[in-house]
Design a binder for this molecule. Structure first.
Ligand code: G1P
Ligand code: ZN
Length: 543
């Protein structure tokens, strides 16, 4: 095999964020940019003989070009095989499953998740380790360090691989296997859930609608919901995949999944309406005229887990990211199992799952998952809900309302201020942090501050410490405000303000979250001075 060693120069901006390196497509299209980052990944790893690399992406613009480059680089860097999804497409949870099922050394996932796709939009790349999960900070930091030193990368002189044709191609001893990941993933789901019960539920007067938002889950939804579970074809929305995700913003929330929201709040609302994001790891769950917050969804799945075949024996423990509401904590207490609080980002759950400490995990950002893979999993969450609806015969709304009755309600909302100039966003953080010493004990309206901190996490498995994970203002009544900057944006900064209040009062439980949180929102504005410092009166997105 002819190898080329190509001289290059470091870029100084290849620092992976919450979930890999995300930049505009045109940044990745600069000569050597993608190659530098891929070589930095490979240089950080100790690649053993006969190692296989899993490669796939969410199908967005630039996916196919990037995959051809990565295959040639993998060949030159000592991998003996690459397993790649057909057309270069793998949903993020399917990629995690492939890494685990076929014991591949690791994987490269090409995705910018829920960010829009197209020549002027976003692209992303991240490395997952042999457990199928996103590389821990130790590795992402080493990759960044390497990217600042790099002076050459290696490329094998191989022809492009036909990614549309399933099967194996051997190129001078190096093998590329193009695989149908949909079947593998659907098989896994079928072992975990009560498909006959769901099928029966769907055949007996219940309806679901799933919105793939023109992104990666389209073919998976077709196979699972329509072919295996017998849902009518019109249960699927936007399941035709395109490189630009239909020009949309494939983020399953109340703002961006408005077409689905209209269905769920319309006259003929289905029993379950659900959506997933660009790369298939997020989920949104709606009942008839009813939205389930991701934090409540996690708590409810945990509370009813034993009804799902995969969890019939119970849960080892649960974990949630720090800004996620404490609803699941209450369930964990009732079940007598541990609950871990981690920083934002799925990579922090991996160690806990590998050590058998937790079975279910979730984030407020529409991410829920379990130890069946090491990524959050959108379709898995939809199947959890379908399984619970079929097993209980209840509606989404009645399940959630009974949950609140039993455990109380963690009223919750996140306000995002997107594309804020970086200096202004940093000023908001600095302004809040500057008051930290004098905040404890202060009362604003009916809220008295108990403690404030910048969240820091010590991994209970390997002892690694992650600091600076978000400013927390904890009130005596149990309410809290969290403020942090996004680590996934590609334009300016995104300020996230997380608001949470706990109530056992049935009247407050009925209220709209924004109304119930109105005073806390005002307190957040007062403490951060966000409207003054950024000129923003309203959030860009409310979830
Ligand atoms: C966001 C979410 C976070 C999630 C990540 C990847 O990160 O807040 O929970 O893990 O996307 O999907 P952020 O932009 O806040 O850093
Ligand atoms: Zn995603």
């Amino acid at each position: 095999m002819q190898l080329h060693s190509v001289p290059t120069q470091p870029f100084n901006d290849q620092k992976p964020g919450t979930s890999g390196l995300r930049k505009k497509v045109r940044v990745f299209q600069q000569p050597h940019y993608l190659q530098n980052f891929v070589q930095s990944i490979f240089d950080t790893l100790e690649i053993p003989p006969n190692a296989t690399l899993t490669v796939g992406g969410d199908g967005r613009y630039f996916n196919r070009e990037a995959i051809q480059i990565i295959i040639k680089m993998a060949a030159a860097n000592g991998f003996s095989k690459v397993m790649v999804g057909q057309h270069g497409i793998l949903s993020t949870p399917a990629a995690s499953h492939i890494i685990r099922k076929y014991h591949t050394f690791g994987g490269i996932i090409l995705s910018a998740s829920h960010n829009p796709a197209g020549p002027e939009e976003d692209f992303g790349i991240k490395y997952n380790t042999a457990n199928g999960g996103p590389a821990p900070e130790k590795i992402t930091e080493a990759i960044f360090a390497r990217s600042k030193q790099i002076d050459r990368y290696s490329l094998a002189d191989l022809p492009d691989v036909d990614l549309s044709r399933l099967g194996k191609t051997v190129l001078e001893g190096f093998e590329v296997e193009v695989m149908d990941a949909v079947a593998d993933y659907a098989d896994l789901m079928q072992t975990m859930f009560d498909f006959p019960a769901i099928k029966h539920w769907l055949a007996n007067g219940h309806r679901m609608v799933f919105d793939a938002m023109h992104a990666v889950t389209g073919p998976y939804a077709q196979e699972i919901f329509v072919r295996r579970l017998g849902a009518p074809a019109d249960s699927l929305m936007h399941c035709e995949v395109s490189e630009t995700f239909g020009g949309g913003h494939p983020d399953p929330n109340l703002t961006y999944a408005d077409a689905l929201v209209n269905v769920a709040y319309g006259a003929q609302a289905p029993d379950l309406a659900a959506a997933s994001d660009g790369d298939g790891d997020r989920n949104m769950i709606l009942g008839q005229h009813f939205f389930v917050t991701p934090s409540d969804s996690l708590a409810l799945i945990a509370a009813h887990a034993k009804r799902i075949p995969a969890y019939a024996q119970g849960l080892a423990g649960v974990a949630r990211s720090m800004p996620t509401s404490g609803a699941v904590d209450r369930v964990a207490t009732a079940l007598g199992i541990p609950c871990y609080e981690t920083p934002t980002g799925w990579k922090f759950f991996g160690n806990l799952m590998d050590a058998g400490k937790v079975t279910l995990c979730g984030e407020e950002s529409f991410g829920t998952g379990s130890d069946h893979v090491r990524e959050k999993d959108g379709l898995w969450a939809v199947l959890c809900w379908l399984n619970l609806l079929a097993a209980t015969g209840e509606s989404v709304e009645s399940l959630v309302r009974s949950h609140w009755q039993q455990y109380g309600r963690n009223v919750y909302s996140r306000h995002d201020y997107e594309a804020v100039p970086t200096a202004q966003a940093q000023a908001v953080i600095a302004h809040l942090q500057a008051q930290f010493d004098r905040l404890p004990g202060q009362t604003i309206g009916r809220y008295t501050i108990a403690t404030v901190d910048d969240f820091s996490y010590t991994d209970p498995v390997d002892g690694s410490v992650s600091r600076g994970q978000g400013l927390r203002i904890l009130f005596r009544c149990g309410s809290r405000i969290v403020v942090r900057l996004s680590g996934t944006g590609t334009e300016g900064a995104t300020i996230r303000v997380y608001l949470e209040a706990y109530t056992e009062d049935p009247a407050l439980q009925q209220m709209d979250a924004q109304d119930a949180l109105a005073e806390l929102i005002a307190v957040a504005h007062q403490l951060t001075q966000l409207p003054t410092l950024t000129g923003r009166q309203q959030p860009t997105v409310i979830t």
